[in-house]
Design a protein around this ligand. Sequence first.
Ligand code: TYD
Ligand code: MG
Length: 471
Amino acid sequence: MAKTKSKTRWACNACGATTNGWFGQCPGCREWNTIQEQTERPAAGERVVLAAPGAKSKPTPVTDAQANAASELRLHTGISEFDRVLGGGLVPGSLVLLGGAPGIGKSTLLLQACAALVGEGKRGRTVLYASGEESVAQVAARAARLRGGEFRVGDERLLLIAETRIESILDHAATQRPDVLVVDSIQTVYSDAQDGLPGNISQIRSVTGHLLSWAKTSNVPVVIVGHVTKDGQLAGPRLLEHMVDAVLSFEGDEERATRMLRASKNRFGSTAELGVFEMTGLGLREIQNPSEAFLADHPEQAIGSAVTASLEGSRPLLLEVQALLGPSPGGYPRRTCVGADPNRLAMLLAVLDRHAELFVVDQDVFVNVAGGLRLNEPAADLAVLLAVASSHLRKPIQAGTVIIGEVGLTGELRRVPRMDERLAEAARLGFTRAIICGRGRKANKPTKPSRAGLELIEVETVVQAVAAAFD
Ligand code: TYD
Ligand code: MG
């Protein structure tokens, strides 16, 4: 192969911006320490091809049935939590990135999805699994373990290759014509067309470009694994996230076996869905009733604990919010949040102070959402506020109470969407009382026997909510 003259250039690992030399901070995205030297052949720029080779592109009416049909035929992976986060399954020709910290279980999840895809018996899909991290023997041994030690008829449709050269992965894909291609991981794969080590920006761009072109022209879904650095960023460029159709992240808590799958980008579905799994000795187990799992260790009648019902995509999920207050030694009180937004907490503390006359702003405040979850909607405000109030007053919230409401700056409470679903989930898990926002009804004239069998305590202001929770 004729070697053209290489020239040096510098590029940002995060956003892909090119610079003339080394900078401590990227002029493009303002990230620090992301500029790296890239050696690249001048004309090796990747072009992404979105249609079959030779096919002339032509404008198509948006109503064209053929064009629309393609995205309808989703491929179900057989793992329903995975399918739901994808928006109902893998869309043909889509490129999906699965990110997560090393060891979190990405390869395990994909191997299980592959095993489910190839199905049992005669009918099923063919999957090509290219691993750049483990040998074929290692992947096969793990697949066998996930199958309980014994392969079944049909498992031979899961094809493994240990390969890091993208050109040969795609050669195999062209001959085998799989229904799904998995590449584990993007950081280990390189292209001949580029200089530089696997995992650097030009390699990642090139490999992703190859995979994108292949997915679009062959109309086969491609799933790529990407490792995430300690601070939660995808190792490698942000640019990778722009190129793919969906970015899923697999997260988990070190201490627990709970694993959560979320979509941070999805061209074919909602990004609000949450998939919940448990890592066991036999691989990942789907948790279809996550509220039960997250509330399993929930102590009844604990000071500083409040339970809310939050919406995670299409599902309501019960979460426990814990708060702890203590005197602040330094005069500059600390606010530490795990799973909650510190700015939102600061607002709630100010509201408590001004409108409920609970003077908490001089205290150190710690807020934690149990189970490694995150609060992602204002409907959890009131639970955070009452958890803080509980810790401050040293009184527990009455057992069996679920708290749902958004708090406004004037101390008023706001209604939240889809209340019936939240209440139904709380009732299902044995909750008996709900403190919720009820406009225009006499406060402290509590018990309206309920939707979903819960006793409803409708309150309009934080003062009434505090009274209802602790009296
Ligand atoms: P893995 O899927 O290799 O992680 P990743 O691909 O994200 O780097 O998962 C590795 C971890 O999962 C490892 O620490 C062991 C654990 N594990 C189980 O607990 N049970 C199992 O059945 C499997 C296959 C892995
Ligand atoms: Mg792996």
